[in-house]
Design a protein around this ligand. Structure first.
Ligand code: PGA
Length: 248
């Protein structure tokens, strides 16, 4: 049985004091949650979030990292740095980073490898644009992004990579993929992994859905057989709303 992982992606939102009060508010609401609850916060909030999430079941993640250990990369943060302060998860290749910050399948792959090497759990985002969807290319795009992200990993590393299927047209738009569509896309991603690494490995990979997840649709989405939780943007900014999604 795969566990479900519900991860909030705050994007560029919340100051440290807001992160602290959010965690204080969220903690009692998710303390009996059976799903893994993760908050992926801005770099500046990481330390405070880790401090306040200590002794709770809330895990803390970053939203990006660099693949090099150190060096002349102004403005970047390495996987080692994240690991050193106790970060457990990291989002890699979010569509906003691919679109606005020149993230490519190649840099995504380097980051995924590095995350595993230092013991961070990568959440790798894949997803098609509306245009690609209308051209019938969804499966081709998302299976391709998945294979490239996983290239060169060991079977164990593949099994412990989290994939987030996030159709770009559903992110922040209020348009959610139907539970059936999301499940079938995720099923295709799992099939692709199965073809390359075998069914046992594929059955262990946690694959989330992301794109306008809210408390009113999370139950239906997360009860689909292939959907192992969600990556939640806008709805993760409110502790009560996020707790309802996490407890779905
Ligand atoms: P959304 O964002 O929930 O606001 O659509 C999801 C994401 O970008 O991870």
């Amino acid at each position: 049985m795969r566990k479900k992982v519900i991860a909030g992606n705050w994007k560029m939102n919340k100051l440290p004091n807001e992160a602290i009060s959010f965690i204080e508010q969220l903690e009692p609401l998710v303390k009996d949650c059976e799903n893994e609850v993760v908050l992926c916060v801005p770099y500046i909030d990481l330390f405070y979030s880790l401090l306040y999430a200590q002794k709770t079941n809330i895990k803390i993640g970053a939203q990006n990292m660099h693949w090099e250990e150190n060096g002349a990369y102004t403005g970047e943060v390495s996987a080692e740095m994240l690991k050193a302060i106790g970060v457990e998860y990291v989002i890699i290749g979010h569509s906003e980073r691919r679109a606005y910050f020149a993230e490519t399948d190649e840099t995504v792959n380097k980051k995924v490898k590095k995350a595993h090497l230092v013991g961070l759990n990568p959440i790798v985002c894949v997803g098609e644009t509306l245009e690609q969807r209308e051209q019938g290319k969804t499966i081709e795009i998302i299976t391709n992004q998945t294979s490239k992200a996983l290239e060169g990993l060991t079977e164990e590393q593949v099994a412990s990579t989290i994939i987030a299927y996030e159709p770009i047209w559903a992110i922040g738009t209020g348009k959610t993929a139907t539970a059936e569509d999301a499940n079938s896309a995720i099923h295709e991603i799992r099939n692709e992994i199965s073809k390359k690494y075998g069914q046992n490995i594929a059955e262990r990979v946690i694959i989330q859905y992301g794109g306008s997840v809210k408390s009113t649709n999370s139950q239906e989405l997360f009860s689909m057989p292939d959907i192992d939780g969600g990556l939640v943007g806008g709805a993760s900014l409110n502790a009560e709303e996020f707790s309802k999604i996490a407890n779905s």
